[in-house]
Design a protein around this ligand. Structure first.
Ligand code: ZN
Length: 313
């Protein structure tokens, strides 16, 4: 459930929680907590399952920790619920909406740049349209990356879904692309030239884009870690593409844009979702990265940079 403000304003972010500089730490923590209250998804960390997540994806934090820390850091830059447009590039899978919903609770509805497996299929045109929708003299946060499931028994690449008995693959698009690359690496099939087929254009593109990572995935296979390596390989492709798109479109952004990239980790209904942050850059309107916020987000920092210091006023 997303808690919306009672504001009747018709501004694009009127549904956001309006996090502002000067909030007390307690008030902010309460607002974030209220976003995460949902009957369909637990927010309570299980120590046993957390160990499984950390074993496979060291450095992953829960969505709640991610939202709380990243929003705190962005508030320091001037971001708030009224002057910020959220854009995402995440998979079509409904499980990927959870992360969007969690950030939507702060910033309001997002502009969607993504498609299958999380690739930024909206491209330069989508980014240009998105940038034009950033509030005047305002900011943009782009959250992007592939996703991967972890089942309750620790199986990576599968997840329990509410209302469905079958514990199925997640991300389905990525696993299909991985199987395609595997069959080419093994010489069982030729490279498909079906990228021009409109009815499955995105999946064919995902398969082409993962192809350069064939050896990397095959090497991970030897240790039984193909499903762990797959999202990182996808992230590298997506990060490269999104960087290109941002570079060519950066003159359209208003005051600044933050890029928060990483691996979205979907889990079953009884455990919270996680995110492994791999990039958190603050970029100015010239396209220059002027601040690396990742160390402060991931906790690899000194006490002076505690993101929650902001709220101790
Ligand atoms: Zn997916």
């Amino acid at each position: 459930m997303i808690i919306r403000s009672s504001s009747s304003s018709s501004s694009p972010s009127s549904s956001a929680l309006n996090i502002v500089v000067g909030d007390t730490k307690e008030a902010f923590a309460d607002r974030v907590k209220s976003i995460f209250k949902t009957k369909k998804k637990s927010t309570t960390k299980s120590e046993k399952f957390d160990d499984i997540v950390q074993l496979n994806f060291p450095g992953a934090i829960t969505n709640q920790e991610l939202v709380q820390k990243s929003v705190s850091l962005l508030t320091k830059k001037g971001y708030d619920g009224e002057n910020t447009l959220l854009a995402t590039s995440l998979c079509c899978d409904e499980l990927a909406r959870k992360l969007e919903d969690d950030f939507n609770g702060i910033y309001g509805k997002n502009f969607n740049l993504g498609g299958l497996a999380g690739f930024p299929f909206a491209g330069n045109t989508g980014f240009g349209a998105m940038a034009a929708h950033i509030p005047d003299d305002g900011y943009c946060l782009v959250v992007y990356g592939p996703h991967v499931g972890i089942a309750a028994d620790g199986t990576v690449g599968k997840v329990e879904r509410s209302g469905i008995d079958l514990i199925d693959t997640c991300c389905g698009s990525a696993v299909a692309a991985s199987n395609y690359v595997d069959s080419i690496t093994n010489g069982k099939r030729d490279i498909s030239m079906q990228i021009q087929t409109f009815t499955d254009f995105q999946q064919n593109a995902v398969q082409e884009l993962i192809l350069p990572h064939g050896k990397r995935l095959a090497d991970a296979d030897i240790d039984g870690k193909r499903m762990i390596e797959l999202p990182y390989a996808l992230y590298d492709s997506q990060n490269m593409l999104l960087s290109e798109i941002v570079k060519s479109g950066s003159t359209g952004v208003k005051r600044g844009i933050a890029l928060l990239g990483g691996i979205q980790i979907n889990t079953g209904p009884d455990t919270p979702d996680y995110f492994h942050p791999l990039r958190f850059d603050y970029i100015n309107f010239n396209g220059d990265t002027i601040d690396d916020l990742l160390p402060a987000l991931t906790g690899v920092t000194d006490d002076d940079d505690d993101p929650l210091d902001l709220f101790e006023r």
